[in-house]
Design a binder for this molecule. Structure first.
Ligand SMILES: [Zn+2]
Length: 325
């Protein structure tokens, strides 16, 4: 028997999903679909939970032992139980009063997000995300082939399926760990973080196309998409945003245009400035630097411009057409 609270919670979530789906202000929202059993299994207890030591009380389930990873503060609001691979997790929402934080640093940094180097900072620091997916791709493919050879829904099929889910969870954990380390480091050291606005969701969608019109360059785009998703840009941005909120800092987004082609020293913008994937050499003043580093400095400068003159200023300086030699 399921606890009534959790069922009510699902109806509430469904209500919200349907409202969002028909909301004209949220064009990206889609009709909700049935959840597949075994994929993102989770449920929520909105109240009547209590914790004592390393035991937790749930309605109907009673006392359940768990490994407490950190101490709980304040008032317990709700608990979400979820499954990742073969492990069950509980995340507990607590309410605490926090004074408005003030960032200890006053520096600003521009970040160029890339595929090869996940984040290049304007202060010269670079962060590379472990290409977890690439390393485990072979393992995953092999496990997938073994699954295909087994009788569907048999015991051995179920066992193999669990193995695949474990590999997926492993990849996600490695990636998340690297992103957390990088975002914590950057957020601690800089009060203002400037990044390019990237249409990650739009890029990822275009390769698939739709039923009437197939996406163009499906293969090349799919490769790029995989790398983009692999680097987890949107997850990285979200982490930076909430960590800056904790520390009392801010995140600024600037429109992406010519940041990798413009010379940071003399503002000369030309395609030829970018000699190769990693090398930048200005055709006018001869300033040479690392491409990502140069772009990060441009992003930082654009961020300062936005703060000083508002968004309009940036539109005129950034949308400049590249000069042809
Ligand atoms: Zn130059």
């Amino acid at each position: 028997m399921a606890p009534s609270q959790s069922l009510i919670q699902i109806i509430k979530q469904f209500d919200r999903a349907m409202r969002d789906c028909f909301d004209k202000n949220q064009p990206n929202k889609r009709m909700s679909r049935f959840k597949k059993k075994g994929v993102k299994d989770s449920f929520l207890f909105p109240q009547c939970i209590s914790v004592e030591g390393n035991c937790m009380k749930f309605p109907k389930l009673g006392w359940v032992k768990f490994r407490k990873s950190r101490d709980l503060e304040g008032k317990l609001k709700s608990a979400t139980v979820s499954r990742n691979g073969k492990h069950w997790f509980v995340s507990i929402l607590c309410e605490i009063d926090v004074p408005e934080p003030i960032h200890t640093s006053s520096s600003a940094v521009g970040i160029d997000r890339g595929v090869a180097i996940m984040a290049a900072c304007s202060d010269g620091q670079t962060y590379i995300v472990a290409k977890a997916f690439k390393k485990y791709e072979k393992k995953l493919a092999r496990a997938g082939r073994l699954l295909a050879r087994k009788v569907k829904f048999s015991n051995n099929w179920n066992k193999q399926k669990e193995k695949i889910q474990t590999i997926h969870a492993k990849i996600a954990n490695i990636r998340k760990d690297a992103l957390h380390k990088a975002s914590t480091d950057i957020s601690k050291n800089h009060a203002m973080i400037v990044m390019e606005k990237l249409g990650v969701s739009r890029i990822s969608k275009s390769a698939k196309g739709n039923s009437e019109k197939h996406g163009s360059n499906v293969k090349s785009k799919a490769g790029l998409n995989k790398s983009i998703l692999d680097a987890g840009w949107s997850m990285f941005a979200a982490m930076l945003e909430y960590k800056q909120r904790w520390h009392g800092g801010m995140v600024e987004y600037i429109p992406a245009a010519y940041t990798s082609q413009r010379c940071h020293k003399c503002q000369h913008t030309e395609k030829a400035n970018r000699v190769s994937q990693s090398k930048f050499k200005c055709q006018q003043c001869g300033h040479s630097a690392n491409t990502d580093q140069n772009a990060a400095l441009n992003i930082l400068a654009a961020g300062h411009a936005v703060l000083a003159c508002g968004v309009d200023a940036i539109a005129t300086t950034m949308k400049q057409e590249p000069l042809t030699a």
